[in-house]
Ligand binder design. Structure first.
Ligand SMILES: [Zn+2]
Length: 496
């Protein structure tokens, strides 16, 4: 089997994944700023790293997955001046900032659970790590890499680069170009250089979220929390740092500078960034009116949505693209994903109920065996090629064909032999449920309906009342189901 390779933004190449301290893997992912409902673009990012966490675990690593909650310091406009996003919302809603934080943290957790994302091992918050952020700021001042100015503290980029730092390396930007391009007037007069960024900001009298520090009352800069929390829980150098593409610059560039400045070593071995989400080919944004929330998607309650789409349909849909390519939302694509998801789940329902039937009169068919092995191999090759879930799903569909042949009796289980049969069953279930995190959505109404109708169906069939039999088939069809009264225990399935 191919070993796992992941695309490293730092080297711009797919690299063999070798953890610092196998079988342990340390992974940090920038979490949400909890001032509003989580949007779908964020969900895609967290889904990417959910798959990575699941896959690393599946192939035997012990993952410590840290994903933070940003509950202070992220300012409107993402720069160094302006209102805190959470503080602004607190004023608007006349609530304590921590009430805003709690409300949207709860929403975030609920949505990720609906999409069947596993929780991280540690979920630290920025306000829970103010002491660490003050200490790192002090240490950067001591090393001459940061300076105080009118109650705020800024990171000195020119000094950092003069001492061998390489600000711009991750995002591929050249310092001179950045300097001529920047029209950023944030902290003008306070900064030695317009590119310098805040480690600590002085709080204006009306600013709600504030802490005492050696430089007076203030709050930490947005980039600092991730440096402090990642290295606190994962060590000065750790394996993987992930986030959305939009965080590459300046957020992650600043994280590297702070960590290297404070600890003297590169903080991260593999930087991974997931791509954006578009709607009908356009960037998803509130001002374009094409931005909908997960809840609207599940209810079908947005003008752009022709129907409701279930969380597993959306999860399947997102996994049909590799995480580094853009992903376009459209009704047609979602409807196709709904069919694909059902096809896969039918395969899962069937395979779980298939049993090996030993038959010494049937010889093992090498062609059948190699088709199964190849199908499984394709799934793993896809996942090992920088988490190409699209390829893995295509491999699963090839296995679905084989599963249906076994179910229909076109291929006998004995033709595979017991070990290949078990390999097919175990791999298919594990890749779908454990790695891709796709599960059959519980639908009690459908279960009850199918159960009641099936007993009627059998009665009519026994009594040879074929018009009634057809009528019941029609009821199933109207509910998006088909009757599968074959020899196995599967008696109904989703219509594909
Ligand atoms: Zn971050």
């Amino acid at each position: 089997m191919q070993p796992l390779k992941i695309y490293n933004t730092l080297s711009r190449e797919k690299e063999l994944f070798t953890p610092i301290n196998a079988p342990h893997v340390g992974m940090y992912v920038c979490g949400p700023t909890v001032y509003n409902y989580v949007h779908l673009g964020n969900v895609r990012t967290f889904l990417t790293f959910d798959i990575l966490n699941r896959y690393l675990t599946h192939i035997g690593y012990k993952v410590r997955y840290v994903r933070n909650i940003t509950d202070v310091g992220h300012l409107v406009g993402d720069g160094d001046e302006g209102e805190d996003k959470i503080g602004k919302m607190a004023k608007l809603e006349k609530l304590e900032p921590m009430e805003i934080v709690q409300r949207y943290t709860n929403d975030f957790h609920k949505v990720l659970e609906q999409f069947n994302l596993l929780p991280p091992s540690i979920e630290p918050s920025a306000t829970g790590h103010i002491v660490e952020q003050i200490e790192t700021t002090k240490s950067l001042i001591d090393k001459g890499l940061a300076y105080e100015s009118q109650g705020s503290v800024y990171f000195d980029i020119a000094r950092y680069n003069a001492e061998g730092g390489n600000y711009g390396k991750l995002s591929g930007r050249v310092l001179e170009d950045l300097l001529t391009e920047t029209r950023d007037l944030d902290g003008v007069g306070e900064k030695r250089n317009p590119l310098d960024f805040a480690l600590w900001k002085k709080a204006a009298p009306e600013h709600l979220m504030r802490w005492t520090s050696p430089w007076g009352d203030g709050f930490p800069g947005w980039h600092l929390e991730c440096t402090c929390m990642s290295t606190k829980y994962l060590g000065d150098t750790f394996d993987i740092h992930g986030g959305g593409m939009d965080l590459k610059f300046p957020h992650h560039e600043c994280e590297i500078a702070q960590a290297k400045g404070a600890n003297g070593v590169e903080p991260v071995r593999y930087w991974m960034h997931s791509n954006m989400l578009t709607v009908n080919g356009q960037k998803m944004s509130k001002s374009l009116g094409n931005s909908f929330l997960p809840a609207e998607l599940f209810a079908g309650s947005h003008p752009l949505l022709e129907q409701a789409y279930s969380p597993m349909t959306v999860r399947f849909f997102m996994l049909q693209s590799q995480y580094r390519s853009t992903l376009d939302f459209s009704n047609d694509a979602l409807k196709a994903a709904q069919k694909g998801y059902k096809r896969l789940i039918n395969g899962l329902r069937i395979v779980k109920n298939l049993e090996y039937i030993a038959d010494e009169s049937i010889a093992i068919d090498e062609k059948q065996v190699s088709e199964v092995e190849k199908g499984i191999q394709n799934c793993y090759d896809g996942l090992n090629d920088d988490l190409n879930t699209a390829v893995a799903i295509a491999g699963l569909f090839n296995l679905v064909k084989k599963i249906n042949q076994l179910y229909m009796g076109q291929v006998q289980t004995a033709q595979l032999g017991e070990s290949t049969f078990n390999l097919l069953k175990e791999s298919f279930v594990a890749i779908i449920e454990n790695v891709l995190g796709l599960v059959e959505e519980p639908n009690e109404n459908i279960e009850a309906f199918a159960k009641g109708m099936l007993s009627l169906y059998r009665e009519y069939k026994e009594a040879k009342q074929y018009d009634k039999v057809d009528e019941i088939r029609g009821y199933f069809k109207a509910n998006g189901l088909v009757i599968k009264d074959m020899k196995t225990k599967i008696d109904w399935a989703y219509e594909e």
